[in-house]
Design a protein around this ligand. Structure first.
Ligand code: NIG
Ligand code: FE
Length: 412
């Protein structure tokens, strides 16, 4: 049994209402200038004004003085492709010279070049390189994250990816696995993409669901990748097998992915850079969460998703890195928090809610993480400044001083 008391903390946290926050709720966060957190065996026993929390300390506790620094919930990153080997730096330079992301994919590069590397990697090689990405995310304040498969694109290689993801769970980052066999059409099915969709629907989804290797299924619904009809078919098959649903929707072209997300009431729709007003309205009406990826737009040099409009329309918004070796090589939720404020126009409070509590809702983890409240895991980040705003204000700097997972310090 361990009892820890963190004193002299400036606490900033969303408060959980049992559902994602939306509209003006995203601006309402709890803050305490002289706060404390009492932690028993990794869970928060009491949090709030220091004088109040001290009343709960009835036995010896290890005391840690945070020196007036800001404390926020550990970041939750609800959309990553962190299981990969090798980078694509050359492709990045080609894009700087004018090649488009989808052109590179059509020529057999992009996602498909990472597929080649993942297919030829052993389980151990894939494990080591994924672990490195997860450790970098932890160092940058991420204490829970989602990781997608989708660089295997055959049953065996998708299973290999999901087994690696499974083996990394809780070491110490909490990880949720998503099956994304429909990330691209593999080369061997180029002439017959319909047969690949059949394989995903008839073999991969039932096998992966039966083995309990994924909580969600995701599809890249995009021009020249998977159509709205393919996506509907894949997602319905996944739902039938008990998986939760996610969709990469309207990233480059408005195919109607947001509308499909609303029609199927998926757990979250991601990207949405090109989503139509009609699609967003449908999402607001059906309460579908939008997971926005501003570092991807930044890295691809595109306009950001219309986050302000979404919040005003009542779409619940979360933020994620999209960490992958192609469109966005970034493990840092601090960077995402910063871009949401400086690029998409979110307030400090909205960006905090979107990168913690709403992000936890996007991957079904909010009962345990996403806010600093009694009964939740003591996952938190100590910042170099007095408010979360330091992360957007002090540019080009990692403003994260310490990262705690279940009350234990893992990074400083
Ligand atoms: O979300 N858009 C599709 N998938 C990823 C990129 C994956 C890659 O390029 O390797 C994304 O941006
Ligand atoms: Fe993605």
């Amino acid at each position: 049994m361990t009892l820890k008391l963190f004193r002299n903390a400036r606490i900033y946290t969303p408060l959980d209402k049992g559902r994602p926050l939306r509209g003006s709720e995203m601006n309402q966060i709890y803050s305490e200038e002289k706060g404390a957190i009492l932690i028993r065996d990794g869970y928060i026993e009491s949090i709030g004004q220091e004088l109040e929390v001290l009343k709960y300390v009835t036995e010896d506790a290890l005391e840690i003085d945070l020196g007036g620094r800001c404390v926020i919930p550990g970041f939750v990153d609800p959309h990553t492709h962190a299981c990969f080997v090798g980078t694509r730096e050359r492709e990045f330079i080609l894009r700087l010279q004018g090649a488009s992301y989808l052109e590179i994919l059509k020529m057999g590069g992009g996602i498909l070049s990472t597929v080649d590397k993942v297919r030829s990697a052993s389980y151990d090689e894939l494990y080591t390189s994924t672990e490195e990405v997860v450790n970098r995310a932890l160092k940058n304040g991420t204490t829970s994250m989602e990781i997608k498969s989708g660089y295997g694109l055959s049953l065996d290689h998708e299973v290999k990816m999901l087994e690696v993801i499974d083996a990394l769970k809780g070491k110490p980052v909490d990880i949720i696995a998503t099956f994304m066999g429909a990330h691209a059409v593999p080369r061997e099915y180029k002439e017959n993409p319909k047969a690949y969709v059949d394989l995903v629907v008839e073999e991969m989804i039932p096998h992966i669901a039966a083995k309990g290797l994924a909580k969600y299924c995701d599809v890249f619904c995009e021009e020249s990748v998977f159509s709205v009809d393919d996506a509907r078919r894949i997602l319905l098959a996944a739902r039938k097998c008990g998986l939760g649903l996610k969709i990469h929707a309207d990233e480059v072209y408005d195919l109607g992915g947001a509308k499909l997300a609303a029609e199927l009431k998926v757990d979250s729709a991601e990207h949405l850079l090109a989503a139509s007003e009609e699609g967003l309205k449908a999402m607001a009406e059906s309460g579908v969460l939008a997971v926005l990826l501003p570092a991807t737009a930044f890295s691809l040099r595109k306009s950001y998703a219309p986050a302000r409009k979404m919040i005003e329309m009542g779409v619940p918004v979360a933020l994620a890195t999209d960490c992958n070796p192609g469109s966005c090589y970034c493990e840092s939720m601090e960077m995402v928090f910063r871009l949401a404020i400086l690029g998409m126009g979110l307030s400090m409070e909205e960006s905090l809610v979107a990168s913690t509590l709403n992000a936890a809702y996007a991957i079904g983890m909010a009962t345990h993480v996403g806010s600093l409240e009694r009964g939740k895991k003591a996952d938190f980040v100590v910042l170099e400044g007095e408010t979360p705003g330091i992360m957007a204000y002090h540019l080009g700097w990692r403003n994260i001083k310490e990262v705690y997972k279940m009350g234990q310090r893992f990074s400083s």
